[in-house]
Design a protein around this ligand. Structure first.
Ligand code: GLP
Length: 262
């Protein structure tokens, strides 16, 4: 696992955006570059930079296909807290990606299980995901794979924990009763099948999750810890998120990847 420690949130986003742009530009094959994407506050700075780079002609998304990680059950597209709305508002409406290349789980699907199975099939039809960017929750959830979700889980319906509902209520007038209780989400196994995984971890409130991802044992208690078994996993984090790492771990990653610091 690579851990790239940047000074602050902005530099973390700058590094991650550059990494994605370089990966898309290095892709010379005819088949599309397949990019997995998250929602949440962590990727917003990355999306802002991808939009700017696209407008400046530094990258094009014409041959990029995207798959989003998750979506709330029961929120229509036009709901301003649906992940469909978030993704269009923050990224898709501002870049040159063909609309038919955008894939987001439909939280209004009549048959959610069939929706999830079709999503897995569609990912497979492209030959898998080249680069999956993710964020994590304070409890270490990756996509909506809450603690104790199987580390080999596939795309499916997930119940949200009370903790996540309370944390996410900040987007729902601070009222937990307005937060959907279920979501559709790619599985840990789905993310692990990607050729490369890049996870953004920023802020003091994610310090325990970062330590669990990097230093803890692999355990379904912290689903993010599965990344230790991925052959090409990158964590881009900021100093604030490093608070629970041992000094040894912190120094090790600065020593090995310090040249990546912006
Ligand atoms: C939500 C999403 C996750 C996201 C997490 C962290 O629960 N389902 O995919 O990673 O929030 O969000 P934030 O980046 O806002 O801390």
């Amino acid at each position: 696992m690579k851990v790239i420690i940047q000074e602050n949130y902005d530099k973390m986003c700058e590094w991650a955006a550059n990494h994605i742009i370089d990966a898309i530009n290095a892709h010379k094959e005819e088949r599309p570059f397949v990019l997995g994407l998250p929602t949440g506050s962590s990727p917003i700075g990355v999306y802002r930079r991808l939009v700017a780079a696209n407008k400046a002609g530094k990258v094009t998304f014409k041959n990029v296909v995207t798959f989003n990680m998750d979506e709330y059950v029961g929120l229509p597209h036009e709901h301003d807290q649906s992940y469909w709305y978030f993704m269009h508002d923050n990224l898709f409406d501002h870049i040159d990606i063909p609309r038919e290349n955008i894939n987001i789980l439909n939280g209004m699907a009549e048959d959610p299980e069939a929706e999830c199975a079709a999503y897995e099939e569609k990912i497979a039809s492209y030959g898998g995901i080249d680069l999956f960017m993710g964020g994590i929750g304070v409890d270490g959830h990756l996509a909506f794979n809450e603690p104790y979700t199987s580390l080999s889980s596939r795309t499916g319906v997930r119940d949200l924990t009370s903790d996540t509902i309370i944390v996410n209520s900040r987007f729902f007038d601070n009222d937990p009763s307005k937060v959907p209780t279920r979501a559709l989400s790619v599985g840990i196994g789905t993310v692990m099948d990607s050729k490369q995984v890049l996870v953004l971890i920023s802020g003091h409130n994610k310090a325990r999750a970062l330590a669990a991802t990097v230093e803890g044992g692999v355990s379904q208690k912290w689903t993010c810890s599965a990344l230790q078994l991925h052959n090409d996993a990158i964590i881009a984090c900021d100093e604030a998120a490093c608070g629970e790492l041992t000094v040894d771990t912190y120094k090790y990653f600065l020593d090995v990847y310090g040249s990546e610091r912006l």
